[in-house]
Design a protein around this ligand. Sequence first.
Ligand code: PMP
Length: 407
Amino acid sequence: MFSQRIQRVPRSFIREILKVAEDPRVISFAGGLPSPGLFPVKRLEGALSKILAERAPESLQYGSSEGLPALREWICQRYKKRFGLEVDPGNVLITTGSQQGLDLVGKVLVEDSDKVVMERPGYLGAIQAFSLYTGSISQVELTGDGPDLDDLERQFRSVNSKLFYAIPNFQNPSGMSYSLEKRRKVAHLCGKHGIVLLEDDPYGELRFEGEHLPPIGSFGDSFGGDSHGGEGRWAGGHSIMLGTLSKVAAPGLRVGWVVAPDEIMERLLIAKQAADLHTSTFTQHLAWQYLADNDLDEHIEEIRERYRDQASCMVRMLEEQFPDEIGFTKPQGGMFLWVTLPEGCSSTDLFNRAIEKGVAFVPGEPFYADGSGKNTMRLNFSNADEQAIEEGMKRLAGCLKDYLAER
Ligand code: PMP
């Protein structure tokens, strides 16, 4: 009865885990949920009243598939402000979360015979999205400052490699970021081998330490872009960027976007029309009004401060309470850190113990397309406050010590 397409797509292990973690007695470091206390409720309420009073017919009517012009304009101004990047609103498509961007790009560019290259470990939602279009997903090892370039070039050389999916800032799941040098080199390698770069950046704004770095897509000359070119400008050509309001405002809005060159945009638009006509006009109006009337940077600063405190609390607990044999990343932003248990350990076994003790995380295995990574795990620090982090990490440390002792 079912298509081959759907039969090869794995279930989202995280969505399953989130069900277990819904028990209010469980302290969850599992989901990738932003802190609910930081949702701009009052300000959204103000924006909501305004659009209903002033623009009810437009905001409740069907809209254009490209998305609300004012919102697309705002997105371009944001790229300009953050990176000095010139992006034309004609190259921006509003999507129903950036997750839809992954699906649309897969639909438009990826054939069954094409290989998609992504990071190892990699974002589960992208593994799922691309699995609908190809059975060939290969992963490139992540080092501390981005992908292993020799491995990346080896994979790009294989004739059917088409697309490289990258999360250069505070990657999900590892929390790692690409150095400036790696960004430049990845851009160069994509250009050299004619690979389309799909750059996903839901977490870049959430940097609480260190310097902001430009997108890979800004290293223009590498991509054979036409109307743009040169560092500091969006490359066009073979570079696509994804963005979202999910982590800087609220994920329930389901407002994301794709920035793509003209030729790709034309096809994305067709796929978008076929998928859902357009993203909800109502939430687009709401989001735009909120952004127009408020200082997003001020709000982001608040998020950064909170996440900085929560991340450092989690790191402190790892340093003080956990056995020396484990390794972990110290992220400079985003929402995750990545733990490596000693070789031979199973984070799934640890998960089963942890859930009994009322603490949840995500075992690393589903982030590896080849079923490896059994001794790794992802911890989220955005959704629990410091008190919950201290308590949850104590419980987790206890479980880990028992597990190691009994192994
Ligand atoms: N990309 C990455 C790397 C993510 O972590 C997420 C959210 N978990 C998404 C895309 C999708 O986010 P949204 O659809 O809410 O924009």
